[in-house]
Design a protein around this ligand. Structure first.
Ligand code: PLP
Length: 275
């Protein structure tokens, strides 16, 4: 654990100490676009000398705070927010796979992720192989020269099967293939796949991260380079979170630690009773 505890990070990480209007909380920046002082500032931005916002599809200050918070909680360099968990997964797969590329997935997982492979990826000439969840020999054997990514949930939805992340990372490194884990059911409180050497982590923020059944969002966390490439694809496809939703997610995440602690306790009590 870092020197700050999980809940301290959940509350403060990614937030500026001094905020607009001396507000205690990060405000909702309800704006679709941004002004430049003059042509010089615009040129500086276009040439990549200054980091700032330009247009709502490319970023929003409320969204950035949530992204930095999520990157900190998951131990990643960068995070990118999306309109839904599905949008995070599909945009990332489209960013990482091209015609002739190949994807390996474990077969137990979110139905729409599997459907996306069988329909859209297929139509774009991207091949995929489903392997039995937990069969690491089959997983390694499914890798081809064209394989760009291994994708698995852990825990899986709905049967809560757990992948051996150390073994996955060994297989990925040996074959020089990146690995993505949909970690929705664990949250960064219970599992940080990046600490094991996994390359990308997904969450449906609609579930535990938001935590109040009042928003839909998704996120991918990983290295700066990988996330930048995915951000570029999002800029084209447009599946962003609106500032209001980003704010609700930020608010929900502040209590993630205490909610998860309680839910872990409750889960254990049910398991003991059933045992
Ligand atoms: C819910 C869920 C998704 C999809 O997320 P949405 O926010 O509903 O689009 C993806 N993966 C897992 C494991 C989920 O539980």
């Amino acid at each position: 654990m870092e020197k700050e505890g999980f809940s301290t990070q959940a509350v403060h990480a990614g937030e500026a100490r001094e905020k607009a209007g001396n507000a205690v909380t990060t405000p909702i920046f309800q704006t679709s676009t941004y002004t430049f002082r003059d042509s010089h500032e615009l040129i500086e931005y276009m040439e990549g000398h200054v980091e700032r916002e330009e247009y709502g599809r490319y970023g929003n200050p409320t969204q950035r705070v949530v992204e930095r918070k999520l990157a900190t909680l998951d131990g990643g360099e960068a995070a990118l927010l999306f309109s839904t968990g599905m949008c995070a997964i599909t945009t990332t797969l489209l960013a990482m796979l091209g015609r002739g590329g190949h994807l390996v997935l474990t077969e137990e997982g979110y139905r729409r992720t599997r459907q996306f492979c069988r329909t859209l990826l297929q139509r774009l000439g991207i091949d995929y192989t489903f392997v039995e969840t937990g069969n690491y020999e089959a997983l390694a054997a499914a890798i081809r020269p064209a394989t760009r990514l291994i994708f698995s949930e852990s825990p899986t939805n709905p049967h809560l099967r757990i992948m051996d992340l150390d073994r996955l990372v060994d297989i990925g490194r040996k074959h020089n293939v990146k690995i993505a884990i949909d970690s929705t059911f664990a949250t960064p409180y219970n599992q940080r796949p990046l600490d094991f050497g996994i390359d990308l982590v997904f969450h449906s923020a609609t579930k535990y991260l938001g935590g109040h059944n009042d928003l839909m969002a998704g996120v991918v966390v990983g290295s700066r380079g990988l996330v930048a490439a995915i951000r570029d694809m999002q800029a084209m496809l447009g599946g962003i979170t609106d500032p209001h939703t980003a704010y609700l997610l930020m608010r929900g995440m502040k209590t993630l630690g205490i909610r998860m602690r309680k839910q872990n306790e409750n889960g254990m009590a049910v398991a003991r009773f059933l045992e």
